[in-house]
Write a new protein. Structure first.
Lengths: 215, 427
C-alpha cells in the first residue's frame, strides 16, 4: 500500500508545488523550486551507477553463459572498465596515463576513437534519408502524389538551378514551407502540448500510475 | 579630475568621494587640465595617465567637457518578482557630450555610494537585479545616484530611493493561469462525467487510432514468428514527459506481451530510465499473471550517448531480428537511422513522438506513426479506462476552445484591434 501511495503523494505534492511556483514569484517558492530541481540533477547523477550495474550484469552473464554472440560483450566490458579506470583513477597515477585533461590517454581514446565512431553513425543518416525519400516519393495514391509534388517544388526552390528554371520557384518553395507546412506543424504542436499538459495533470492526480511500477 | 576615462565599470574598491571639498578640488583640477589641453593644440584626444587609478571624481556641471547631471532620475520596483530587482531610470542626454552613465548604489542616504555598473550614453535605464556581487534584498530601501560621464569629468544626480518588494502573484502570467485553470477544469469535469458514465455501464467513444490498434497486431505477429518485440522509449531522460508517457505505454505493451508469452527487449538510453523501465515491465507481467516470464536482462542500458545508443539498438535489430519494433518516446536525429535499420530487417514498425521535427522520418520509414497528440492518447486507448478517456475528451474540448480563440484573434487582428492578441502574449 505504502509503496504505491507514498510515491503518488510525493508526486502530487511536488507536482502541484512546481505548477503553483510558476505563478508565485515569492522568494521561498522560487528557492524551493530551484532546490527541487537541484535534487533532481543529483538523483539523476546517482543513476549512472544503475546504468553501469545493468551493463556489467548483462555482459557478465552473457560471457559466463557463452550466450549467442557473447564475444561482443568482451570489448564492451573492457572499454567500460578501462575508460572508468583511466578517467577517474587519478589516485593510481598522473597524466598522461590517468585523468581526463587534454593529452591524456583517456582524452586521446575519446577524441580519436569514440568521436569518429559517433560521426560515422551520424553520417549514415545521409544514406538513410536517400533510401527513405526514395520510398516516400513513390506515387501510389493521391496523397502520395501531393507529397511528391510538394517535395519536388520545395527541393527545386531551394537549389540554384530552381531559380534558373523559373524565378518563381523559390517563392513557391517558401510559401509551401511558411504557410501550409507551418499551419500543419503548429496544429500538431498545439495538440501535442495539450497532451503533455494533460499527461502532467494525470500524473499529478494519480490517474496514470503505471510508471511507478509494482506494488 | 580624470579626463577621458574609459567606459568600464569601476572596481569594488572604496566608494568615490562626494563631499563639496573634493568636488571643488576636482573641478579646479579639471580647469587646470583644460588649460593645459587648450595650449597643447596638437593633442586631439585626451587620455589619462596609464597608471591613473579607476576612481570616480566629479567636475562642476556646466564646465566644458563636463555634462550636466542626469535629469528625471527615478527608481521603481520591478513588479512580479521576488523583491530582487529595481529599475533606475533617467533622461538620456547623449547630445550634451555624455559618454555614458555610472549607476551608484548605497544602503544609506549618506553613502558610501558604490558604482555598480556603467552603461552607454544612449541607455536611459538600468535594472539592478540580485545576483552574485549584486545583493539586493526584499523590503530594503536602496539609494541610487546616476553619474553622467563627460570628456573631462562627471556629474552626478541627486539621490533617489527605491525599495524592492516581492509579489505573491505574477500578474504577467494571468493569461496562462486562466487558460490552465480552464483546461484543468475541463479535464476534471470530463473525467468525472466519464466515470459516472462507466458506472451506468456505458463507455465513452474513442475514435479508432490505427497505430495503437496495430500494436497488438504487431505483438501477435511477433508471437507467430517466435521472435521478440523491441520497445525503444526514446533517448530522453525521465524529466521529459514523453519518456514518462512512454513508460505508461510500455506497461500496457508488457501486459500484452506477457499474455502472448513473447520476449520483450527494452534498450534504454538514460541510466535513470533503467529502474523505471524494469519496474514498469515487471508490473506488466505481474498484471498479466506471468511474473515468472519477466526477464530482467531484457531491459538493457546501452549508453547515454545518442549515437552509441543508436549503434547498440541497430545491433540488437540486426542480430536478434525482433519482429516488431515500437519506437515510442522522444527521438531526435537517430529516428531515421533506427527506423530504416528496422525496415531493412522486415519488422513491423510503429512509432510515436511529440518531437515534430522527427515525425516525417517516422512517417516514411514506419508502418504506423502516432502523431503528437495520438501518442498521448495511447494509454487511454489501450487501457480503455473511463477516467483516462475523460481526459481525452477534456483535451479535445480545449482544442475546440483554442480554435475558437484563434478565429476570434484572426477577426480582431483583421479589424485592427490588437488588444485581444496582446492578452495572450507571455512575458
Amino acid at each position: 500500500m505504502l509503496r504505491r501511495e507514498f510515491p503518488l503523494a510525493i508526486t502530487c505534492v511536488v507536482g502541484l508545488f512546481m505548477v503553483i511556483g510558476l505563478f508565485v514569484p515569492e522568494r521561498h517558492f522560487t528557492a524551493g523550486r530551484t532546490e527541487v530541481e537541484s535534487w533532481a540533477i543529483i538523483i539523476r547523477a546517482f543513476a549512472a551507477v544503475l546504468g553501469v550495474a545493468n551493463i556489467g550484469r548483462i555482459s557478465y552473464l552473457r560471457i559466463s553463459r557463452r550466450e549467442h554472440e557473447w564475444v561482443y560483450h568482451v570489448p564492451l566490458l573492457i572499454g567500460l572498465v578501462g575508460m572508468i579506470v583511466l578517467g577517474v583513477g587519478g589516485s593510481l597515477g598522473s597524466a598522461p596515463l590517468f585523468g581526463i585533461a587534454e593529452g591524456t590517454f583517456f582524452n586521446d581514446l575519446y577524441m580519436n576513437v569514440y568521436v569518429p565512431m559517433q560521426g560515422t553513425m551520424f553520417a549514415l543518416l545521409a544514406f538513410f534519408i536517400a533510401s527513405a525519400a526514395f520510398r516516400a516519393f513513390r506515387v501510389r495514391s493521391f496523397e502520395a502524389g501531393l507529397l511528391a509534388l510538394a517535395a519536388l517544388l520545395v527541393m527545386l526552390g531551394r537549389v540554384p538551378i530552381g531559380a534558373e528554371i523559373w524565378d518563381q520557384l523559390p517563392l513557391i518553395s517558401d510559401w509551401i514551407m511558411n504557410i501550409p507546412n507551418n499551419a500543419a506543424k503548429r496544429a500538431i504542436l498545439i495538440g501535442a502540448a495539450l497532451g503533455a499538459i494533460a499527461t502532467g495533470l494525470k500524473v499529478i492526480l494519480g490517474l496514470e500510475r503505471n510508471y511507478l511500477g509494482g506494488e | 579630475m580624470e579626463a577621458g576615462r574609459a567606459l568600464t565599470p569601476p572596481g569594488p574598491g572604496p566608494s568615490a568621494p562626494h563631499t563639496t571639498i573634493v568636488r571643488g578640488a576636482a573641478s579646479l583640477c579639471g580647469l587646470l587640465l583644460l588649460v593645459l589641453l587648450t595650449v597643447d593644440a596638437a593633442a586631439e584626444t585626451v587620455g589619462p595617465p596609464t597608471s591613473a587609478p579607476a576612481t570616480l571624481t566629479f567636475g562642476r556641471p556646466g564646465d566644458d567637457g563636463i555634462p550636466p547631471a542626469p535629469d528625471s532620475v527615478g527608481v521603481a520596483d520591478i513588479p512580479n518578482d521576488g523583491g530582487e530587482a529595481l529599475r533606475v531610470s533617467w533622461k538620456a542626454e547623449a547630445e550634451t557630450g555624455v559618454r555614458g552613465y555610472i549607476i551608484l548604489r548605497a544602503e544609506s542616504a549618506d553613502g558610501p555610494f558604490a558604482a555598480i555598473d556603467t552603461v552607454d550614453a544612449a541607455t536611459a535605464s538600468f535594472t539592478d537585479a540580485a545576483g552574485p556581487g549584486h545583493p539586493l534584498r526584499n523590503g530594503v530601501t536602496y539609494h541610487y545616484r546616476v553619474a553622467a560621464l563627460g570628456e573631462l569629468g562627471d556629474s552626478e544626480s541627486a539621490t533617489v530611493t527605491g525599495t524592492a518588494r516581492q509579489s505573491f502573484f505574477n500578474t504577467d502570467r494571468l493569461n496562462l493561469l486562466v487558460l490552465l485553470a480552464l483546461f484543468f477544469g475541463l479535464v476534471l469535469a470530463y473525467t468525472r462525467q466519464a466515470a459516472n458514465h462507466a458506472r451506468r455501464g456505458g463507455m465513452p467513444f474513442v475514435r479508432k487510432i490505427a497505430g495503437l490498434t496495430a500494436i497488438e497486431e504487431a505483438i501477435g505477429r511477433a508471437t507467430e514468428m517466435g521472435r521478440a518485440v523491441l520497445y525503444v522509449p526514446g533517448i530522453d531522460d525521465a524529466n521529459n514527459i514523453q519518456t514518462i508517457y512512454s513508460m505508461i505505454i510500455l506497461g500496457n505493451v508488457a501486459r500484452t506481451v506477457a499474455r502472448y508469452e513473447t520476449p520483450l527487449i527494452v534498450p534504454v538510453c538514460r541510466a535513470f530510465v533503467v529502474p523505471l523501465a524494469e519496474e514498469t515491465v515487471k508490473q506488466g507481467y505481474v498484471d498479466a499473471g506471468r511474473p515468472d516470464a519477466y526477464v530482467r536482462n531484457n531491459i538493457r542500458y546501452l549508453s547515454d550517448e545518442q549515437f552509441a545508443f543508436t549503434a547498440g539498438v541497430d545491433g540488437i535489430m540486426l542480430r536478434e531480428k525482433p519482429a516488431a519494433n515500437l519506437f515510442l518516446g522522444s527521438f531526435f536525429a537517430e529516428s531515421l537511422i533506427l527506423a530504416e535499420t528496422g525496415f531493412a530487417t522486415g519488422a513491423v514498425q510503429i512509432a510515436g513522438t511529440a518531437n515534430i521535427h522527427q515525425l516525417p522520418f517516422f512517417v516514411v520509414a514506419c508502418d504506423y506513426t502516432l502523431i503528437g497528440e495520438e501518442f498521448y492518447a495511447a494509454s487511454a486507448y489501450l487501457a480503455r479506462e473511463p477516467k483516462l478517456i475523460g481526459v481525452l475528451k477534456g483535451t479535445d474540448w480545449m482544442k475546440v476552445i483554442l480554435i475558437a480563440l484563434m478565429l476570434i484573434g484572426i477577426l480582431t487582428e483583421s479589424a485592427g484591434w490588437e488588444g485581444f492578441r496582446r492578452w495572450f502574449v507571455l512575458r
